[in-house]
Design a protein around this ligand. Structure first.
Ligand code: SF4
Length: 118
């Protein structure tokens, strides 16, 4: 399975663009921002990071994002079929994240859901 991140520059190995809201929260992409707006909280994959520019530097935020969102973790996916099956298990996002980490599959579920190409 492949992830094609539209916000990452694969040639320069760096973020190509980011999403910053009016409160100065930095999101890795519009998908994480949209989910934040819908749920009123950060996605589990990034909730441990201080993403606000009033209390953290852009350099640190990008460093933290790059630990979990990078070419290696994007390779560690499950198939869309398995992803759907796990979602149907009524476990909620946290259990799915734990399941994936246990399997050594560390690609954030939102990236798989949105940007998995095949
Ligand atoms: S969801 Fe993940 S893979 Fe997709 S654009 Fe955002 S960071 Fe990149």
């Amino acid at each position: 399975m492949q992830i094609k991140c539209e916000f990452y520059d694969y040639a320069y190995k760096n973020w190509y663009q980011l999403e910053i809201d009016l409160d100065l929260n930095v999101f890795p992409c519009c998908h994480y921002y949209t989910e934040y707006m819908e749920n009123g909280k950060l996605n589990d994959a990034i909730s441990h990071i201080d993403i606000n520019l009033k209390t953290n530097s852009l350099k640190n935020i990008l460093k933290e994002y790059t630990k979990i969102l990078n070419e290696e973790t994007w390779k560690n996916t499950v198939s869309i079929k398995e992803f759907d099956r796990l979602n149907e298990m009524n476990n909620g996002g946290n259990d799915l994240q734990k399941y994936l980490q246990k399997k050594g599959e560390t690609c954030p579920p939102l990236c798989m859901k949105i940007c998995q190409t095949k």
